[in-house]
Design a protein around this ligand. Structure first.
Ligand code: AMP
Length: 405
C-alpha cells in the first residue's frame, strides 16, 4: 500500500510518500510560501535528483495538486498514476480530549477538529485546510488523522490539571495536553527496541528538542507527564518561545507596555526564547557559535536553555521516582554535541555518565552515548514522526477494509 503523509501549515505543506510493504520513502518534499508570491515546491525523489519549481500556489488545494503532478512527473516522479496512492495520513496538532489515538477522517472527526480551533488557532485550521485539499484532489482515497496530543492522553489528572478554578476545565477544557506526541512515542519504542528490553520495564525521559521543545516522562510505555501544556508555549525555553514563566508577567507587561492579547501572545511565541536572550538567533547552531566566540548574550542564552532543560529532567526523574533511559531527539537533540554534553555532565547525581567520544559521533542511526558504568542509558534517536503517521494510517485503513469486506 502506498501512503501519502501530509503535514500542512498555514503557508506550507510537507509531504512524504511511503511504500508500506517495505516502509520505504519513495519521495518527499515541501511546498512553501502558499498564498504568497513565488511559491516554491521542493521535491526529492529517493535516489533521484532534487528539484525546485517556483509558481503561483494560492491555496492548499493547488499545492496538493502540484505535489500529485510531481509524483507522476515523467522525469522526477515515482508513480505511474496517482491512483496508486491508497491512503493519506495527516498530522493534526490538537486532538483535545476527543482523540486518544489516530482516526479515519469522517464528517464527525472533521467537526471535532473544527471544535478544537479555539485551542489551537494557529495550527488546527491549517491542518484542516490540508485535509480538505486532499479530499478535493483524491475524493475516493481514505484519509487518516494522527494527533500530536494523543499519546499524552494517558497522563493522570494530577499531571494534566492546572491549579486554577475547576470550572475552567469543565467549561473550556483548560488543561495540559502536551504535543510532539508522535515523536515521544516513536523514540520511546525505539529506545526499548535498541536496548532489547521490554518498554513496560523502563522509566524513560524523552527530550524532543528542536525549534520547539518538550520533555515527556514515560512509564509502562505511557506518557505520565509532559512539559508543553494547553498550548506549545509551556515548558522548556525554545527557539522563539519563552517556555515557563510566572503567569503574572503577562498582565504586568500588558499593563506597562499597553499591549493587546495578540501582541503579548506574539511576544511570548515569536520573540522570546533563545532569540530574545541572545538578541541574535533562534537557531542553536548560531548560539553555540556565539558562545564559542565568547559572545556574552549567546553564552547566557545557552546557559539558560541548558539549565531549564536539566531542571525538567530532574523533575521527571522525581515524578517517576527514577529514570532508566534519557533519549535525545529532534534538531538540537540529534545534532548538538555540546547541549547533550553540558546537560549530562550536570546529571551525575542521577548516575548519568556520558562518553565524550560516543557523544561526538554523527550518525542517522539510534545510538548510545552513555558509558558502560552509567546508571542511566543515554541514547540519541533520530525521530520519525512521518513514519508513525504512515503506520497508523496503514493500520486503520487495513482495519476498515477488513470490516467492510
Ligand atoms: P527541528 O525543529 O527538530 O527541525 O530542529 C530545528 C533546530 O535544530 C534548528 O533551529 C537548530 O536550532 C537545531 N539544529 C539543527 N542542526 C543543528 C546542529 N548541527 N547543531 C545544533 N543545533 C542544530
Amino acid at each position: 500500500m502506498k501512503i501519502l503523509v501530509i503535514n500542512a501549515g498555514s503557508s506550507s505543506l510537507k509531504y512524504q510518500l511511503y511504500d508500506m510493504t517495505t516502509e520505504a520513502v519513495l519521495a518527499k518534499g515541501l511546498v512553501e510560501r502558499i498564498g504568497m508570491d513565488s511559491s516554491i515546491l521542493n521535491h526529492e525523489p529517493t535516489g533521484g535528483q532534487e528539484i525546485s519549481e517556483v509558481s503561483e500556489i494560492l491555496e492548499h488545494t493547488t499545492a496538493i495538486r502540484k505535489v500529485l503532478d510531481m509524483l507522476v512527473h515523467k522525469e522526477h516522479g515515482v508513480l505511474q498514476s496517482v491512483d496508486e496512492i491508497q491512503a493519506v495520513g495527516h498530522r493534526v496538532v490538537h486532538g483535545g480530549e476527543a482523540f486518544k489515538g489516530s482516526a479515519i477522517v469522517t464528517q464527525e472527526a472533521k467537526s471535532e477538529i473544527r471544535r478544537l480551533f479555539d485551542l489551537a488557532p494557529l495550527h488546527n485550521p491549517a491542518c484542516m485546510m490540508g485535509i480538505s485539499a486532499a479530499e478535493i484532489n483524491m475524493p475516493n482515497v481514505p484519509q487518516v488523522v494522527v494527533f500530536d496530543t494523543a499519546f499524552h492522553q494517558t497522563m493522570p489528572e494530577k499531571a494534566y490539571l492546572y491549579a486554577i478554578p475547576r470550572v475552567l476545565y469543565k467549561k473550556y477544557r483548560v488543561r495540559r495536553y502536551g504535543f510532539h506526541g508522535t515523536s515521544h512515542y516513536y523514540v520511546s519504542q525505539k529506545a526499548a527496541e535498541f536496548l532489547n528490553r521490554p518498554l513496560e520495564d523502563l522509566k524513560i525521559i524523552t527530550c524532543h528538542i528542536g525549534n520547539g521543545g518538550s520533555l515527556t516522562a514515560i512509564q509502562n510505555g505511557e506518557s505520565v507527564d509532559t512539559s508543553m501544556g494547553l498550548t506549545p508555549l509551556e515548558g522548556l525555553m525554545m527557539g522563539t518561545r519563552s517556555g515557563d514563566l510566572d503567569p503574572a508577567v503577562v498582565p504586568f507587561v500588558m499593563n506597562k507596555e499597553d499591549l493587546t492579547i495578540n501582541e503579548v501572545n506574539s511576544m511570548l511565541n515569536k520573540h522570546s526564547g533563545l532569540l530574545a536572550i541572545s538578541g541574535v538567533s533562534s537557531d542553536m547552531r548560531d548560539i553555540t557559535d556565539g558562545m564559542a566566540a565568547g559572545e556574552p548574550n549567546s553564552t547566557l542564552a545557552f546557559e539558560m536553555y541548558e539549565y531549564r532543560l536539566r531542571k525538567y529532567i530532574g523533575s521527571y526523574a522525581a515524578a517517576m521516582n527514577g529514570v532508566d533511559v534519557i533519549v535525545f531527539t529532534a534538531g538540537v537533540g540529534e545534532n548538538s554535541v555540546v547541549v547533550r554534553q553540558r546537560v549530562c555532565e550536570n546529571l551525575s547525581y542521577l548516575g548519568v555518565d556520558v562518553d565524550e567520544a560516543l557523544n561526538a559521533v554523527r550518525s542517522r542511526e539510534p545510538r548510545r552515548i552513555s558509558t558502560a558504568n552509567s546508571k542511566v542509558e543515554v541514547l540519541v534517536i533520530p525521530t520519525n514522526e512521518e513514519l508513525v503517521i504512515a503506520r497508523d494510517t496503514f493500520r486503520l485503513v487495513q482495519e476498515q477494509n477488513s470490516t467492510n469486506s
